[in-house]
Ligand binder design. Structure first.
Ligand code: SF4
Length: 380
């Protein structure tokens, strides 16, 4: 379905257009053709190309996983020091009119839904700042009336005096709406394409505005144009059967965003699908070994990009991933509206795996020689 009010395709001169002109199938073929010599060259290269990245995703590179991990660790420490940034998602609303097969908030699911009032949002934020958080990610389902532009702007306005860093992960909007959010005090925009494969995308986004692939793909360009200074992107690993082609598209998109929006800080997230309300079970889960290879390859191809890991992952894996290039962690997360200040009876979007408190995560970071960073930004 193409929405009448939105142009087909993506505008020229954007990262989205750059991605669409990248020959991902050709890069995918390079993954299959990569030799141990290609992997060695990619490991040694001081400035890696997308072809080097393809080699790092290959089976011969999997045989060099220890080398990838060591290099990824050294690269991360050189660029970021021994620091881990901490952030928390704050769910505003589980109302949604879209049907996405993998999501607990899908309109098709009969669940207890809730939308926080701006006052409740502030109460939740205060519970989080009391635990140390200064970077909050506001998350909501897609409901243009209940989770309207005005509602989002109001939530940001209410939080801005007390929360130094606010990002949003909500339905995608036009540049004017992003401008309003920036003026209200929002500085970050997170938009996962979920899957870069158009056929898979159409197969999992059954109803709602999210079906418009190109409009979503261009959202980060519109956010950057509107003045967002942090851009976050990612793919839901496990939606599409071929994680390597997803990785190539994600890396190409990120690289294009870094080129086009060079003033912005860019972060990447690689959520692996978790079971959700509605009985969803991921059909193509990405195993730990492949996930580690992907994290390391991304770090080596994109040394300046922040890599995030959420509480979807098991505690032991999160602890190990500290040495693989991860720079940002969420901790003690709730994926339902409410829940930080008081228990909430709303259904979560998905089940988390790491339920340790922020204080426990901080202790673990310190025990491993890392400094937790709660705040790296102050509004002028
Ligand atoms: S992924 Fe987003 S748009 Fe789709 S059902 Fe979930 S909350 Fe709604």
């Amino acid at each position: 379905m193409v929405l009448e009010s939105r142009p087909d395709g993506v505008p020229a001169g954007t990262a989205a257009a750059d991605l669409l002109s990248t020959d991902i199938p050709a890069l995918r073929a390079q993954v299959d053709a990569a030799t141990p010599a290609d992997v060695e060259k990619a490991l040694r290269s001081p400035r890696r190309s997308l072809s080097d990245f393809a080699a790092l995703l290959s089976p011969p590179a999997a045989a060099r996983l220890e080398d990838l991990a060591q290099l990824a660790h050294e690269t991360t420490v050189r660029r970021f020091g021994r620091t881990i940034h901490l952030f928390a998602p704050l769910y505003l609303s589980s109302e949604c009119v879209s049907t996405c097969t993998y999501c607990g908030f899908s309109a098709a699911n009969q669940i207890a839904r809730r939308t926080l009032s701006p006052e409740e949002v502030l109460t939740e934020a205060r519970a989080l700042t009391a635990r140390g958080f200064r970077h909050l990610l506001l998350v909501a389902g897609e409901h243009a009336r209940i989770v309207s532009k005005d509602y989002l702007v109001e939530c940001v306005q209410v939080l801005a005096p007390e929360v130094p860093s606010i990002s949003v992960e909500v339905q995608v909007w036009d540049a004017d709406t992003y401008r309003r959010l920036v003026e209200a005090g929002c500085e970050g925009l997170v938009v996962y394409q979920e899957t870069y494969d158009r056929t898979t995308y159409a197969g999992v986004h059954l109803k709602g505005k999210k079906r418009n692939y190109d409009w979503r793909l261009g959202a980060l360009d519109r956010g950057a144009e509107a003045g967002m200074r942090r851009l976050g992107l990612g793919a839901l690993l496990g939606l599409h059967h071929d994680w390597r082609s997803e990785a190539l598209a994600l890396a190409a998109h990120t690289s294009a965003l870094l080129r086009r929006s060079w003033r912005c800080e860019v972060s990447l997230s690689l959520p692996r699908l978790r079971p959700a309300a509605g009985g969803f079970e991921p059909s193509d889960p990405v195993d730990d070994r492949h996930f580690v290879q992907l994290l390391c390859a991304l770090r080596l191809f994109l040394p300046d990009v922040a890599l995030m890991l959420s509480t979807r992952e098991e505690p032991a894996f999160r602890d190990a991933a500290l040495r693989l290039g991860i720079t940002h962690l969420s901790a003690g997360s709730h994926t339902e509206p409410g829940g930080y200040a008081d228990p909430s009876d709303a259904e979560p979007q998905f089940r988390t795996s790491d339920n340790r408190s922020p204080a426990e995560v901080v202790d673990l970071l310190r025990a491993n020689g890392y400094d937790p960073v709660w705040k790296d930004w102050e509004r002028a």
